[in-house]
Design a protein around this ligand. Structure first.
Ligand code: ZN
Ligand code: ZN
Length: 251
């Protein structure tokens, strides 16, 4: 399994794209699709038309907005440029179907894509994509919003992605004994937010879950001024990496 970080920042950030991750197993899967991550996806050299599954943690714009550009391009490619592509399955939390129904009904042409598109709402039940097991788990982010973290297992390795999350038991369970956890490290420990983890809590989650390697991601611009690696390291003795866009990690 290979992870490539497409975006490790947030909506507006001087050097990082917003949230997006490319996971390569027996399938090519995207986790979130925030602004500027499509540009980074192109830089990886992956054929964007072979992506079959996009998994969303939630629909805050910093996790979603490049999907619109991606999908519009896929329609042009298949409609006017003689291209073909496999069906696209879009997976996300409660509300996913209604969200895309509304969006597709509003954006010109989106309901007439010449390839199959499937929308699937998931909660806390595992499913498979080919030989890859995906375990979504509800995490706590903002009030009244269903947010998911994802655990992906393939070839005897496990990866966890928090999505956006506060510290919560379900996040610790999601990350239980994974080889690698990518956690929402929006803020430094000294500038906490009520809806995101801070660096110290990332370390706490990693320690409690018995994570192999911890990747700190989803950094807000202000967070660049602090040593989040050191802050996370106060709670967690394992390997800690601060994410960079286009960083590739083999599991
Ligand atoms: Zn969010
Ligand atoms: Zn976010």
């Amino acid at each position: 399994m290979r992870l490539t970080i497409l975006g490790s920042g947030t909506n507006i950030h001087p050097t990082r794209a917003a949230s997006g991750y490319l996971v390569r197993t027996d399938n090519t899967i995207l986790l979130d699709f925030g602004p500027r991550t499509l540009e980074n996806l192109l830089k990886t050299g992956v054929n964007r038309h072979r992506i079959t599954h996009i998994l969303f943690s939630h629909y805050h714009a910093d996790h979603f907005s490049d999907f619109i550009t991606y999908f519009f391009d896929a329609m042009i490619f298949t409609k006017y440029q003689g291209g073909t592509r496999p069906p696209l399955t879009v997976i996300g939390p409660r509300g996913t179907k209604k969200f895309f129904q509304t969006l597709f009904a509003t954006l010109p042409g989106f309901t007439h894509a010449p390839f199959a598109v499937h929308f699937k709402e998931v909660s806390d039940r595992a499913f498979v994509i080919g030989k890859t097991t995906v375990i979504p788990r509800t995490v706590t982010h903002t009030q009244n919003l269903h947010c998911l973290g994802y655990r992906i297992e393939y070839g005897g390795k496990a990866l966890a992605y928090s999505g956006d999350s506060q510290y919560c038991d379900s996040l610790v369970r999601l990350c239980g004994d994974v080889d690698l956890a990518v956690l929402d490290c929006s803020f430094p420990a000294s500038r906490p937010s009520p809806v995101h983890l801070h660096a110290g809590q990332c370390g706490q989650v990693a320690r409690e879950a018995g994570v192999g390697r911890l990747v700190l991601s989803h950094l807000y611009p202000i967070t660049e001024r602090y040593n989040v690696r050191e802050q996370a390291g106060e709670a967690f003795g394992g390997k800690i990496v601060v994410a960079r866009d286009l960083m590739a990690i083999k599991l």
